[in-house]
Every structure is written in structure tokens, then in C-alpha cells.
Design a protein around this ligand. Structure first.
Ligand code: ZN
Ligand code: ZN
Ligand code: ZN
Length: 326
């Protein structure tokens, strides 16, 4: 596997066959009897019956060995696919989806995500730690057993780079966080808000890319998902996430979920060096959920420009009308 950078868009692409494309095994490889024999990176709770267990990915896209240096190939840049790739098994039960977890069980998964991000950021080679969850065959899930994935990479993913540079520009101009401004504007208008729990908001973003796209945002400013502000209550975030997932699953069982948090400030190299001075003030963690609604999957066919037939104001109204408790 290698990473190549498109010199025009500056996006990194993972290339190579790898093992990732191997056919899915017949039997679920995430069953407790199987994974208890493997090395665990983190088990929660550590004693007694576990709920969440983190393992190295059996067919990783990134490997921890190697030198993060770039190699030139004429005008092009490439790197070895150095990084970490982990699987978070969210429950020992094969048929239980996250939407069916109790608030406390969802909170445990959120805590494990945070703990893996914080731990991987100790390695200064890594520029960014991604946490994502693909549920459903349409979302490209690897196994049907409830799980999420963590990757640590030596580059910042393209969408995060876009967010960082916009947030930086906004802050330079207005001395305010663009995400805090978004929450304030949405609160004022109200029409795209799906649900609220404490200081946590679930909303359909103004320029939703896909039908029923939902972001979860915390009103108090904080750039680090992995380091909650004193006094914040992750159980409330868990409760809100559970309710949002139960609503969304009435539309579609398939979705992508991704946590967006700050890049690793221990890494001072590369194109974002010098940027870090205002990072803590201008970036703001959030969770993005992109459902895959089959009947309108046409939205995905035009990749250059997103086309979404469902207005977010209508999507939020439809989601609000659904029962979040069943
Ligand atoms: Zn299973
Ligand atoms: Zn903010
Ligand atoms: Zn984002």
C-alpha cells in the first residue's frame, strides 16, 4: 500500500490492492469467542464482562512500521501507508445495533473513541486520528456486527483540511468560531434543529450534502472531542445520538458516521505548520452522520457537486416528527 498525492487538489489517495479487498468471511470474525483470543488494545470495562473491545484491524489500510518521509517521483509526492488502523467492537452481541444500545452503552463507545484518539495523538508522527462508523451494506460496512474504526494517518484528510482552513479564515476575519456561529444561527432560526439534549444539538446542516444529513454539535466551544470541557456531560451526547439514530433508521439502516476533531498538534510538519496558533479557538469538534436513503441514492451519483433533493428544513421537520424512543 502506498499514499500518493494529487499535486493539483493536494489530496492523498491510498493505492494498492492490500488485503482490504479480500472477500468477507462466512462467519462473523467479531464474535467474542474469536476476538478474546486476539490482542486487545483496549477493553471496557477492563474487569468482568466487556462491552467494548478495540483490536488491530485484521486487514489494515495503514501499518505502524516505517518512516513517514516523503519520496519524490518527478513532480509527484508519495509516502508509505504509515499509520494505525483499529476496529472498535461496540458490543459482544452480534445482532445489536448502536441505535438499540442504552444511553450508557453509547456513552461507553464514545469514551472509547475519545480514549483511542487521545492515545494515538501521543505519537507525533500522526497528523490526524479519524473515527468513523459505516453501518449497513450500502454504507460499505465490513462486518454486520456493530463496530467502528479508528485510523491514525500521517496526513490530514481532505475534508478536515477544508474545514480547518475555512475555520481559520473565519476566525482571522471575525475573531469568532465558525461552528459556534453556526450553532447560534441554527438556534435562532430553529427550523433545521432535529433535537436538543442539554447543550448538545442535532441539526440538518444548511447545505446538507445528502438527504437527512445530521450533525451533532456541542454549544460550548471546544476543539477536542477527546477532551471534554469540565462539566460537560457525555451521557447527554449519548442520549442525543441514540435518539437521532433511531429516527434516521426509520429512513434508512445504512449510514456513515464520522467524528471531526482537531488534528494532532504534536506534529509540526507540513502544510499546516504555523497554523496551530489559533487552532484551539477556531476549530470545534462535531459528529457528522450521512444516511444513505436508497430511493434518492441518485444524490451520490454526481460526485463533483452534491445534489440533494431533500431540503434540510423539510428533513429536520420530518425527523422531529418521528418517535425517537422506538
Ligand atoms: Zn458477530
Ligand atoms: Zn466553537
Ligand atoms: Zn466536519
Amino acid at each position: 500500500m502506498e499514499l500518493r498525492r494529487d499535486p493539483i487538489t493536494q489530496s492523498w489517495v491510498i493505492l494498492g490492492q492490500g488485503e482490504a479487498l479480500a472477500a468477507a468471511p462466512e462467519e462473523c470474525p467479531l464474535e467474542p469467542a474469536k476476538i478474546e483470543k486476539l490482542r486487545s488494545i483496549l477493553t471496557w470495562p477492563a474487569e468482568g464482562a466487556w462491552q467494548v473491545r478495540v483490536l488491530p484491524h485484521p486487514h489494515p489500510l495503514y501499518h505502524v512500521e516505517g518512516d513517514p518521509g516523503r519520496l519524490a517521483e518527478g513532480m509527484y509526492d508519495k509516502m508509505v501507508a504509515l499509520g494505525a488502523h483499529e476496529v472498535v467492537v461496540e458490543t459482544p452481541l452480534h445482532d445489536k445495533r448502536m441505535s438499540q444500545f442504552s444511553d450508557e452503552e453509547i456513552e461507553r463507545v464514545l469514551c472509547v473513541w475519545a480514549s483511542r484518539i487521545a492515545d494515538l495523538k501521543k505519537d507525533a508522527r500522526f497528523k490526524y486520528v479519524s473515527v468513523f462508523k459505516n453501518q449497513g451494506a450500502l454504507a460499505g460496512e465490513e462486518w454486520s456486527h456493530a463496530h467502528s474504526q479508528v485510523t491514525a494517518t500521517i496526513f490530514v484528510p481532505r475534508r478536515i483540511k477544508y474545514e480547518l482552513s475555512s475555520a481559520h479564515e473565519w476566525f482571522k476575519d471575525k475573531e469568532r468560531c465558525i461552528f459556534c456561529d453556526t450553532v447560534r444561527q441554527e438556534e435562532k432560526q430553529g427550523k433545521r434543529i432535529v433535537d436538543v439534549q442539554g447543550d448538545y444539538y442535532a441539526l440538518c446542516p444548511y447545505a446538507s450534502r445528502v438527504p437527512y444529513e445530521v450533525w451533532l454539535m456541542h454549544r460550548p466551544h471546544n476543539h477536542l472531542f477527546e477532551q471534554p470541557r469540565p462539566g460537560s456531560n457525555r451521557r447527554q451526547l449519548a442520549a442525543l445520538l441514540g435518539r437521532v439514530l433511531r429516527r434516521l433508521e426509520k429512513m434508512s439502516l445504512a449510514y456513515h458516521l464520522v467524528v471531526h476533531t482537531s488534528p494532532n498538534t504534536k506534529n509540526k510538519k507540513g502544510e499546516l505548520a504555523g497554523y496551530w496558533k489559533t487552532l484551539a479557538d477556531d476549530y470545534h469538534w462535531h459528529i457528522e452522520i450521512l444516511p444513505i436513503v436508497e430511493k434518492t441514492s441518485k444524490s451520490y451519483s454526481i460526485k463533483e457537486v452534491y445534489f440533494n433533493a431533500e431540503l434540510p428544513e423539510q428533513a429536520a421537520a420530518n425527523l422531529r416528527a418521528l418517535d425517537p424512543n422506538s
